[in-house]
Design a protein around this ligand. Sequence first.
Ligand SMILES: [Fe+2]
Length: 386
Amino acid sequence: MPNTNTLAPDPLDTRALRHVFGRDRRSPQVNDLSKHHHDNSHHEPPPPPGNYPFHLDLEDLLGAAEVDKIRQAGKLVFHTMGDTGHKDHGSEAQFAIAFHMVGQLESLPERDRPKFFYHLGDVVYFNGEKEDYDSQFYEPYDEYTAPIVAIAGNHDGAKGDDQSIPTLEGFQMNFCAPQPTHTWMAGHSNRTTMIQPNFYWTLLTPLATIIGLYSNVDGKINGKNKAQQDWLTEELKNAKQRGDKCVLVTVHHPPYSLDSSHGGHTAIQDVLDKAFADASFTPTAILSGHVHDYQHFERKIGTRKVPYLVSGAGGYEGYSNMHQLKPGAVPPAGVKLKKSNTKLPGFLKITVTKTAFAGQYYQVSRPNGHFSNSTATLFESFSYPL
Ligand SMILES: [Fe+2]
């Protein structure tokens, strides 16, 4: 009887064979200092690297056989958080979180194992520098042997002292490359470049459609034109037409936040609400970063309860610079704060089945000498029916 329980890749599955994501090796920390350049301007992004409507299929990352397994299992699991870079500080938290994410990859049974890490922006501080991709991205996730995709954050689009460097240059080269290749920016990591078709783009998976927006440096979707707004409306209409049950929208700047440093972004709220109205469709959940803590909001839209999640405690803030909530601050009418964590950094593990969008937020304690001395503790579990 042939052995069907093999991990060897299907020899015909050439789509997956071009990718390399990481390796099983520990690596040292790098701390390298630079001054914070405050850029809050809106920069028109470069032309889309790929073709409209900017779709990437999970099969192009994992291959058809792996995606078929997800389909058969009826379950998709992935990690998500933002704000991970570690210029000046935060490296300890970033490495500790990465350690526990790798731990989940290695220990969870196949059907519960996260299939990718969806980064919610601010990959490289402070201005998305190409030369910092190794120390802030490739090295910390060197052992994370699953794909990492991303939306860009304000720091990824920001411009530094050298104004001749185009906005998003590092992000484009590392996340929107035409092919998976090993770049000089990856240093000793085996991870190849990601092949996202644009700075706003949609990831198609068997159980969830993930529509990723680019909220630029200033927290605005719309610049000279409304191309991204129109695209979002079309993507929501398409999802509705296909009958997608779980539709997630990701955007770096959070529509709602009660923190005293950044706060919520009404310009993002307006863009989302206009698109929901124009498409006559409300997505399942909104995921954001930017604010360096965890906040779980719930908004009543019609008869539905829609979670708006802020997961921006991915490492940058370290263990002592978490964004705190403003005393007395309350969300807008119809929105309530269900849970927040401003004490410890952490990450979200999302699970999508045919009947539920669920999540688990893990807080990660400070490592005492070695990362294995830190713990990842379940802080919140939630589930929304589909
Ligand atoms: Fe940010």
